[in-house]
Design a protein around this ligand. Structure first.
Ligand SMILES: Cc1cc2nc3c(=O)[nH]c(=O)nc-3n(C[C@H](O)[C@H](O)[C@H](O)COP(=O)(O)OP(=O)(O)OC[C@H]3O[C@@H](n4cnc5c(N)ncnc54)[C@H](O)[C@@H]3O)c2cc1C
Length: 345
């Protein structure tokens, strides 16, 4: 790796900077530790007309062998708490803070709101991109605002929650603002008042009556450690596919043929299905093809045994999705984005 005079790193190896351990080299790499750094990186990209890739913790991003243009890593720190009206506490966090460190800091202060989102890998700045969610809670339940720098004019803007277009693993940052903005800070609204959310999975059976935020946090960590592979030991990007959402009529038809099929009714009447169950029914749990496989405890997670490339991973994922389509006529949608991929939707 070379370091150019202006602090740009040339030819930075990112193989260890993505949890799938896909071999990848960034043509140019810029670590931004302040807003000014972000603005400087964006100015460089604009001046030279370089494509832009924003890289956080690399836990939800598919990296090609060569990333052209500028890869910008927003590494802004900062975490502050401010008591507001009633039982509310306003939290501000920099994009470079490790998400789990933020959750732990809130639980330590006995604040409620983030405990179900423990142990999600990655950095705070990436959390709004796919509106991270787990155990019945999504970022959108507590997000107040997002601060960002827009590549188009180099200016700082603040978007309120409603402007972020949050949905199931979706936001405006995957669509209209994809590859265009760098998130620098988030504002969250948490609470001193106990508000345990235990209605998902077996969480209610894993905590004592009237649990503290720490009880819930520890139960979530324990369940996740039992179910999910640690990317350090077995590289992966968490769920590779979104859970498909179908109309109630379609879900009823499928349930008539498969009475044990899990179904999660949505507020708008649609029904969310479990992609992991669909994959399992195709007999693909634990299957392996070359460098990639379906995890043996969680069929939604594709794992990398080493020596594979992005193209091989995408071909393997296509085979998994193809098997589900052939058996259930349901199209699985990929969850992690590919670096440089055009906006969805
Ligand atoms: C084992 C495992 C378990 C997981 N469990 C969950 C889970 O329970 N729920 C869940 O929702 N996700 C889960 N994930 C996915 C992942 O952890 C989250 O999506 C996380 O928010 C990604 O953070 P990151 O910093 O690694 O982002 P990256 O992977 O680096 O980037 C993800 C996307 O966000 C963009 N991006 C990153 N930072 C910024 C920024 N500051 N400004 C603008 N764009 C940015 C990138 O360009 C990319 O498109 C899991 C992943 C793994 C490996």
């Amino acid at each position: 790796m070379l370091e150019a005079a202006n602090g740009l790193e040339i030819g930075r190896d990112l193989t260890r900077a993505n949890t799938l351990a896909l071999p990848s080299v960034a043509e140019r790499f810029w670590r931004a530790r302040s807003e000014q750094d972000v603005m400087h990186g964006l100015r460089l990209a604009n001046e030279h007309d370089w494509p832009l890739t924003v890289l956080g913790g690399g836990s939800n991003l598919l990296l090609p062998p060569h990333i052209a243009g500028l890869t910008l890593c927003p590494d802004l720190d900062g975490l502050s708490f401010r008591a507001a009206a009633g039982d509310r506490v306003d939290v501000e966090v920099g994009a470079g803070v490790v998400w789990h460190t933020l959750v732990e800091a809130c639980v330590e202060r006995e604040l409620w709101g983030l405990e179900n989102l423990a142990l999600i890998p990655g950095l705070a700045g990436a959390a709004p991109i796919q509106n991270i969610g787990a155990y019945g809670v999504e970022l959108g339940d507590v997000l107040e605002w997002v601060e960002l720098i827009d590549r188009r004019d180099g200016r700082r803007r603040r978007l309120g929650r409603d402007e972020c277009g949050l949905g199931y693993r979706d936001s405006v940052f995957k669509r209209e603002l994809a590859n265009r903005v760098v998130i620098t800070r988030l504002g969250l609204g948490l609470s001193w008042r106990p508000r345990p959310r235990l209605d998902y999975g077996a969480l209610d059976q894993r905590v004592p009556p009237s649990p503290s935020a720490r009880d819930v946090f520890e139960a979530v960590c324990a369940i996740r450690r039992e179910k999910l592979p640690d990317p350090v030991a077995l590289p992966n990007a968490g769920s590779f596919f979104k859970n498909p959402v179908v109309s109630r009529q379609r879900a009823d038809m499928l349930a008539a043929m498969h009475p044990d099929m899990p179904r999660y009714p949505q507020p708008n009447g649609d029904v969310k299905l479990a992609a992991a169950w669909l994959i399992e029914q195709c007999g693909l749990k634990s299957c392996r093809d070359g460098a990639f496989g379906v995890h043996d405890r969680q069929a939604l997670v594709l794992v990398h045994f080493g020596g594979g490339t992005l193209d091989e991973l995408l071909a393997f994922a296509d085979r998994v999705a193809g098997a589900v389509r052939a058996r259930f006529d349901i199209a699985l949608e990929r969850e992690p984005r590919q670096a440089g991929e055009p906006a969805s939707g």
